[in-house]
Design a protein around this ligand. Sequence first.
Ligand code: SIN
Ligand code: FE
Length: 310
Amino acid sequence: MGMVTIPPEAYLARSQQQRPAAEVRAWCQQLEEGNILFFPQTPIALAEDDLRFLLTLEQTSSGLHKNLAYKPQRDEVSGADMKGADAAASERLHRILQEYSQRVTEFLESFLSPYQSRWQLDYGSFRPQEEQGRHLPLRRRNDLMHTDAFPTRPTHGARILRFFNNLHPTKTRDWITGEPFDALAPQFAPQQIALPREQSTLTRVTAKAACGMGLGRVLPALKRSPYDDFMMRFHNFLKENATYQAQGKREAWSFPPGSSWMVYTDMVPHAVLAGQYALEQTYLIAPEAMIAPEHSPLAVLQSMTGERLV
Ligand code: SIN
Ligand code: FE
């Protein structure tokens, strides 16, 4: 497990027709086995003036503290307190994030063609803050090793694939990663990672709030499956496990300025230790699209517990 470097000639100036089927299949397989696919030169380069705009945004809009989310379904940017910024700057930020999302999707439609776009476009984000020394509550810290699970967006077994760009002009983005889920999960005693019989508090609260708001019909989308409950608990369990944080197997990576990478963050434990200015787009890939489904967290958990979890 580790990193697979994709040679630039395999993705720059090469169209879908020129990509051999065996090659694209191998890339999906490598991802599903828990490797990072690394692009030394990003296939999604930003225009020079857009890049400069993003790098100086923080100084021009005082309220910009955290990661900004781009929600493609609603075509909306959230998390940006752009009160200090003018309408033109807000619009420009929106346009840049929208284009990034569309360009990554277009690229992956071809680069990961075996998946045939059987995915749901999830949030994108711009990460303007220096990651080193951020003060966040423990469960929200990204400098602790974890697998990803979204508290408010259960996936019901769909896989979390994330595509990143390091936009920083000079600094690397530094990650550590650990053994993938299929190697890691069996190392813990079943009671440590036992599946809860009950829905989690958050799901119940969310469900109650949704009913109160007359949103009973949207409930199925909010409801977590036992799989989602497990993945959320496992995320917390890893971050709270001091022994794993200190002694778990790990490898270190430095992603240079101008590079991109992608990885299944639901299966590869990861942490970002340093770096500033990144763009990211998330996809929820249908479980049916997997080429090597036996490596998926869902398959691993189902075989460990002997139960259907979605
Ligand atoms: C994460 O998913 O933990 C964040 C990674 C990053 O921002 O580089
Ligand atoms: Fe993460």
